[in-house]
Design a protein around this ligand. Structure first.
Ligand code: UD1
Length: 419
């Protein structure tokens, strides 16, 4: 099995390119099921979750090709199978995103339930509830969601919790529904906005994405289009935190500062100099040790839960004491247990991690437990004394494009080993 071997202590310096956003690419790939013509997607990141989604769509009959510029062509004109089977869904919860498009266009979907997840219960009740409200007949049997509908109808639906993929699923379903849908308490994440842009390029009529009320006027059919996926703000943030932790200076290009405001504010608070320009962000810690920062996660535009683990890593070696409060997911502190094995002084009380910065972490063999937790262990490894070996890095490969190459280009000592 592949592992990452990291020798800590190098100061990161240089420039790295942000890949396209995983959390935008996945719903956009699912949305290609809605089109009667060919969709062409650029800036799709090279990740295992993307490959899994392509395999899922391929099994349904979507014809997918990758051209010499690495653009993905998706043609859903001959879809004949409406099932998302357990063997694929279990590896990637975002597979649930095919439910809305399949039901809206073909009136039929059988999607395996994602099941438990390492970072908490993560139910999909609101996806199901919303589609039932749109007129779908849905039963859950033998671990599958069986959904049928003649034509979905537009509704007014207020989501009881802010859910990103739930908002995306219902927004996609509404594009082909009969009449107007109003989604209230909608997620405002930039990836929801990118999906709305894609849907509108296909001929959908979506307004208000990026606010908490999204209005969709259903149309009869959608056509193919071209789309460039927006940059990955979480990947961007991960490299910037790495710069701050190593006292380094890193510029991330092909990214957007407006997507990361709460993260950049925390980096400034930690003592880093943050400069931004057209398509780039630079963090300069000027060989200093960061100061610890308090974090409260919440839905966008607040601080993203997907950056929580990385800031736990920063706080673990920063000057001072700070708390990290996780408000979105229960049980999202598994990385802390691994960091403690590297000498971090972090205590967990419910959904709060109390971090007392230590001067130096020490390397240890550690285990990646989920996607963002794994990234935080890479950050910890980059500053620890000695060689850190990270096991189960398939979690990292789900969401980080070429992580070891990108860190190596910045001067990190990191390589993939087969054991
Ligand atoms: C998405 C992101 C993930 C990110 C998360 C929160 C994708 C592919 N993944 O995940 O990286 O960490 O948003 O920003 O975009 N909930 C319910 N019922 C539901 C759905 C959700 O109670 O039907 C709850 C969840 O348990 C959780 C909260 O809502 O506590 C937010 O989850 P949600 O926004 O749905 O996360 P995902 O869309 O799965």
């Amino acid at each position: 099995m592949d592992k990452l071997l990291i020798t800590g202590g190098s100061r990161l310096e240089g420039e790295v390119r942000a890949s396209g956003a995983k959390n935008a690419a996945l719903p956009i790939l699912a949305a290609t099921l809605l089109a009667e013509g060919e969709c062409v997607l650029s800036n799709v990141p090279h990740l295992r979750d993307v490959t899994t989604t392509m395999e899922l769509l391929g099994r349904m009959g979507v014809v997918l090709t990758v051209d010499e510029r690495m653009h993905i062509h998706a043609d859903a004109s001959r879809v004949k199978n409406f099932e998302a089977p357990y063997d694929l869904v279990k590896t990637m919860r975002a597979s649930i995103l095919v439910l809305g498009p399949l039901l809206a266009r073909f009136g039929e979907a059988d999607v395996s339930l994602p099941g438990g997840c390492a970072i908490g219960a993560r139910p999909v009740n609101l996806h199901i509830d919303g589609m039932r409200a749109m007129g779908a007949e849905i039963s859950v049997e033998n671990g599958y969601i069986h959904a049928r509908a003649k034509r979905l109808r537009g509704i007014r639906y207020s989501m009881e919790t802010v859910t990103v993929t739930g908002t995306e699923n219902l927004m996609m379903a509404a594009t082909l529904a009969d009449g107007r849908t109003l989604l209230e308490n909608a997620a405002r994440e930039p990836e929801v906005v990118d999906l709305a842009h894609f849907l509108n390029s296909m001929g959908a009529r979506v307004q208000g994405a990026g606010t908490d009320t999204i209005m969709v006027d259903g149309v009869d059919c959608l056509s193919g289009c071209k789309h460039h996926v927006l940059p990955d703000r979480i990947e961007t943030g991960t490299y910037l935190v790495a710069a701050a932790m190593t006292g380094g200076r890193v510029r991330v290009r092909d990214t957007r500062a407006d997507l990361l405001e709460p993260v950049l504010a925390k980096l400034r608070e930690s003592g880093a100099r943050v400069d931004t320009g057209n398509g780039w962000i630079e963090v300069d810690m000027d060989r200093r040790r960061p100061r610890s920062v308090n974090i409260h996660t919440a839905p966008h535009p607040a601080f993203p839960t997907d950056m929580q683990a990385q800031f736990c890593a920063l706080n673990s070696i920063a000057e001072g004491v700070a708390t990290v409060t996780e408000n979105v997911f229960e049980n999202r502190f598994m990385h802390v247990l691994e960091m403690q094995r590297m000498g971090a002084d972090i205590q967990i009380e419910g959904n709060i991690a109390i971090c007392r910065g230590v001067e130096q972490l020490t390397a240890a063999p550690v285990m990646a437990t989920d996607l963002r937790a794994s990234a935080s262990l890479v950050l910890a490894g980059l500053v620890a004394e000695g060689d850190t070996l990270i096991d189960r890095i398939y979690h990292i490969d789900r969401g980080y494009d070429n992580i070891e190459e990108k860190f190596s280009a910045l001067g990190g000592v990191i390589r993939r080993v087969h054991t």
